[in-house]
Write a protein that binds this ligand. Structure first.
Ligand code: PAF
Length: 290
């Protein structure tokens, strides 16, 4: 349980480092949860996980421009800092780090971080800019906070695998922990972008998880993946999704396709599909055949 404490807010790297150093001198361990704000129960579960693993918890809110393409929703992405501060306080988070874009990307910023392996394919095919933006901002945030542990949601499963690989490859000492996806009573993965859905779209969105669960079970039973993935995309379109970017069953750790065409090791099913102007992603574990 996180110990109740007033939430402090800092907006500069210097102020963040001062607070974290003070905690270090007092012998506290530090957990970190990076977010883009518009917090919901999914984020709060990550904060609770960080609190189980560390004495002090830092959350960041930064809507990172480098992970949005020009045509995407950077301008309309929900921003509600006052509400987020209330939510962070309600779970006993100790420090909010909410830098400005100029603090994160000062004039003359030219450095990139390019991750291969799990960053290749899936999201990258449809959002080619995305992991370059995520990798650079997460590398910066991890370096700025210098926590013992950082918690990321399995909801963005490919992102979690990319961050884990980047931290390992760049010798970033923070332990990267994945926490399970929080879902509503109908199985819809909680996401800040669910706020864009109207009532009819919400009904359709709630079918995504069921389609993935069914395909996952068939994959575990030895079904041919190409056929299962094709049928899953058709099922999503029949359910009312406007278009499907991908439904793919991949290796659970490296996200590589199965060369055998069937699941023969622990796997993950991942999907991205559109409802109106809203793009939803979801994923779940697929057990290897016993
Ligand atoms: O998952 C998110 O909210 C963002 O991609 C992250 C990790 C905070 C980086 O901007």
């Amino acid at each position: 349980m996180i110990e109740a404490a007033p939430l402090a807010i800092v907006r500069t790297v210097a102020a963040l480092r001062e607070q974290v150093s003070a905690w270090r001198r007092q012998g506290f361990t530090v957990g970190f949860v990076p977010t883009m704000g518009a917090l919901h129960e999914g984020h709060l579960s990550l904060l609770r996980e960080a609190a189980r693993r560390a004495d002090r918890v830092v959350a960041s809110i930064f809507v990172n421009p480098t992970q949005f393409a020009a045509h995407e929703d950077l301008g309309s992405y929900p921003r509600q800092e006052a509400r987020d501060v209330e939510l962070l306080s309600s779970v006993g988070c100790h420090l909010l780090y909410a830098p400005t874009a100029a603090e994160m990307y000062p004039d003359g910023f030219v450095t990139g971080v390019s991750v291969g392996g799990p960053a290749v394919g899936l999201e990258s095919e449809f959002r080619p800019h995305f992991f370059a933006g995520v990798a650079v901002v997460v590398a910066k945030l991890l370096n700025q906070v210098q926590g013992d542990v950082a918690v990321f949601g399995e909801k963005d499963y490919q992102q979690l695998m990319v961050v884990r690989r980047m931290a390992r490859d760049l010798d970033i000492p923070t332990q990267i922990v994945g926490a399970p996806t929080e879902r509503d009573g109908h199985g819809l993965a909680l996401s800040s972008r669910n706020a864009y859905l109207d009532a009819a779209e919400l009904d359709v969105a709630r079918r995504l998880n069921g389609v993935l669960a069914e395909v996952g079970a068939r994959a575990t039973a030895g079904g041919p993946l190409a056929e299962l993935e094709r049928r899953a995309a058709e099922d999503l379109l029949s359910a009312g999704f406007a278009s499907v970017d991908y439904v793919a069953v991949r290796g659970a750790d490296d996200l590589a396709p199965f060369a055998s065409g069937i699941v023969d090791a622990p796997a993950r099913i991942l999907a991205a599909a559109w409802l109106g102007k809203t793009r939803l992603i979801d994923n779940m574990a697929v057990a290897a055949p016993s």
